[in-house]
Design a protein around this ligand. Sequence first.
Ligand SMILES: Cc1ncc(COP(=O)(O)OP(=O)(O)O)c(N)n1
Ligand SMILES: Cc1ncsc1CCOP(=O)(O)O
Ligand SMILES: [Mg+2]
Length: 241
Amino acid sequence: MRDRLDISAYLVLGPENVGGRRVAEVARAAIDAGFTCVQVRSKTCSARELIACTVAVAQTIDEAGMAGRVALLVNDRLDVMLAARDQGVRVDGVHVGQDDVPVELCRAHVGAHGIVGLTVTPDELRRYREGGDPEARLQLPALDYFGVGPLRETATKPDCGRDAHGTVRTLDEVELASLVRASPLPLVVGGGVGKADLPMVARTNAAGFFVVSAVCAAADPGVAAAELVAAWRGDVRAPRP
Ligand SMILES: Cc1ncc(COP(=O)(O)OP(=O)(O)O)c(N)n1
Ligand SMILES: Cc1ncsc1CCOP(=O)(O)O
Ligand SMILES: [Mg+2]
């Protein structure tokens, strides 16, 4: 999976995001619409619930004929990823934050062909660059991509980008483009992202966008996902005057 990872249209979701629908059903709608990567993320589920949810999404990806083409990752929980794999389904890896399980340990358990993604702030990203912090640069071989954000404040993760004074630091096109240029790894951008943002995100040459609400809170997640994919690909034509 490492050599063909596609994080261009990346769905992050868990039971608390889907408004009573099944996580696997929402994931399937997004995959059918062209999403390329799915991350199971829950801050409310027990480990057992998260394992069951991950297994269900893995089965859905398999049923869609996309196993090995649409990557399936688990947020934060290396143990959950391993437990789901133990049940015989394909789970490609984990996405972790700076305070989660260390990336070298993730790599050791995910395996040489698995996926490990890491969240960085703009300041943290500087540590991974040439001339930056040597300890951070040593982590690079364990990693496949960086997640950055937010584009705007989001209720899904209210602490994202918030500094010690409580101000949310958001990214604009100029800063995002400069982060993409400086990054030693592909960057995926999320946090408050909607379809109207995607032409701008695509112009920065980011590897992709990630969303929770734009798909999970939509009345029809499949339609919303298809509109996001079209906007990312630049298929959306300006309305006739
Ligand atoms: C693709 C992607 N990027 C960033 C995050 C945020 O991860 P983290 O900082 O660990 O915060 P939580 O998601 O655990 O609240 C992400 N999940 N996915
Ligand atoms: C997981 C995560 N990491 C940074 S913002 C975010 C959630 C983005 O959610 P939404 O797409 O609903 O704004
Ligand atoms: Mg985390």
